[in-house]
Design a protein around this ligand. Structure first.
Ligand code: GLU
Length: 435
């Protein structure tokens, strides 16, 4: 039988990366097996499910480029099937009615566990067992007639012909009950793969407190969906070597359940940013500049930027920008005078002798056409005249023209800024900042 898997989120809030990683693993597995990837919205809990949360799920999958192969199934539309299954279990003696509260307000339906030890094989964790005495009968339909998660989840998996259930390992304990339900309903038990948890640096479950945890956070911070997909795919799975950057085709080609790791997967935002930087560096200029522009347009200085300068800056900074949002440090290219970092000014400009050297630099640069070769030659001349090595005068100059000690190559930066801006800033530094 061909593979049919599903992503079955409960639409009760924002979409956590742990959930979306389960979606990614299901999707990659379906594509590798040329099977089907289905979406089921588990909206049985009417009080907690919201249309906004459904939209967040659909948006997250779409943003990450994951398509589903059949119409999404809304669990709340399946209640007749859930009740019909409960009736069948009642008639087969596998369930019974009970007045739980003893209030006479109505009876719920309770599933009768088989009374034997339960076991199932997990594709990641191996053989798992649980003793009969550790498992109790459980409610499958509440006294108001609504189905409980376990029943709805299993009946929907039967209806949708699901062959493999790939989900978080917080569901392992539920699975013993689910296996008993599948069997009692006379259905084939699917194969299970329970994914190890995503943890923080301390080995604790990764949460909002550790930084970005919801898909929306990553989108807002300017992550590239291709990079996030790649990173999450490798969070707990490996193609068998230690490569970090893979195309989607490669991931599909290599994705098998036996390569999912059984230990917890540690989320490392720095590694993700690094990988994101590799993706951004490869983007066509249009994509990169578009992503940055969308981000910068939210900043007070980032609207209506000079287009030629903006594209020059994009070309200069693309390979050193790990995130679109990291472009916030580009401010110095676009404003009249940069924000001068007090520490950098103290260290680089207030020292004795800096004024004299910066005056020489100003004169040498002013005599060029601001092309890179000419600027380089001019700097070499001043360095030689002062008996210092190549690049030794760059940091003082950098603080004078950019306000900070970090940036792209000094010569390239000057060329992009151009004559007028560069000289104006050096003049400002000479007049007000140098000691
Ligand atoms: N709605 C459940 C959850 O989000 C479904 C679990 C499953 O995949 O079976 O945890």
């Amino acid at each position: 039988m061909s593979v049919r898997v599903r992503f079955a989120p409960s639409p009760t809030g924002q979409v956590h990366i742990g959930n979306i990683r389960a979606a990614i693993f299901n999707w990659l597995f379906a594509r590798h097996e040329q099977g089907r990837f289905l979406l089921r919205i588990e909206d049985t809990d009417k009080e907690r499910s919201t249309p906004e949360a459904v939209k967040a799920i659909v948006d997250a999958l779409t943003w990450l480029g994951m398509n589903w192969d059949e119409e999404p199934v809304y669990q709340s539309t399946q209640h007749a099937r859930h009740r019909e299954a409960a009736e069948r279990l009642l008639s087969a003696g596998r369930a019974y009615k009970e007045d739980k509260g003893g209030t006479g307000q109505g009876e719920c339906i309770v599933f009768r566990m088989p009374g034997t030890d339960m076991a199932f094989h997990d594709e990641i964790k191996g053989d798992l067992r649980k003793k009969a005495e550790d498992m109790k009968d459980f409610v499958i339909v509440r006294s108001d007639g609504s189905p409980v998660f376990h029943l709805a989840n299993v009946v929907d998996d039967v209806t949708m012909d699901i062959t493999h259930i790939i989900r978080g390992d917080d569901h392992v304990e539920n699975t013993y009950r689910h296996v008993a339900l599948f069997q009692a309903l006379g259905a084939t038990v699917p194969k299970y793969a329970h994914l190890p948890m995503i943890v923080n640096a301390q080995g604790k479950p990764y949460s909002k407190r550790d930084g970005a945890a919801y898909i929306g956070d990553f989108r807002d911070k300017g992550f590239d969906p291709l990079a996030l997909f790649n990173y999450l795919a490798l969070l707990g799975w490996s193609p068998g070597d230690d490569r970090e950057k893979m195309t989607r085709e490669e991931m599909i080609a290599f994705f098998t359940l036996d390569r999912i790791k059984s230990g917890p997967a540690q989320m490392d935002l720095r590694k993700l940013s690094h990988l994101n930087g590799l993706y951004l560096a490869e983007q066509p200029m249009e994509t990169f500049s578009g992503g940055v522009r969308a981000f910068l347009s939210k900043l007070d200085w980032g609207q209506a930027l000079d287009e030629t300068l903006f594209l020059d800056v994009c070309r200069l900074m693309q390979s050193r920008t790990p995130l679109y949002s990291a472009a916030e440090v580009w401010k110095y290219f676009f404003v009249e005078l940069p924000d001068y970092d007090a520490k950098a000014v103290e260290k680089q400009l207030r020292k004795d002798g800096v004024k004299a050297v910066l005056t020489q630099i100003r004169a040498a640069l002013a005599a060029t056409d601001f092309s890179q070769p000419a600027l380089l030659q001019a700097m070499r001349g001043v360095e030689a005249a002062n008996g210092v090595g190549e690049g030794k005068l760059n940091q003082g100059l950098r603080v004078a023209v950019t306000g900070t000690t970090i940036g792209a190559g000094m010569i390239e930066t000057l060329a992009v800024l151009g004559r007028e801006r560069s000289l104006k800033r050096i003049d400002h530094a000479l007049a007000t900042l140098c000691g």
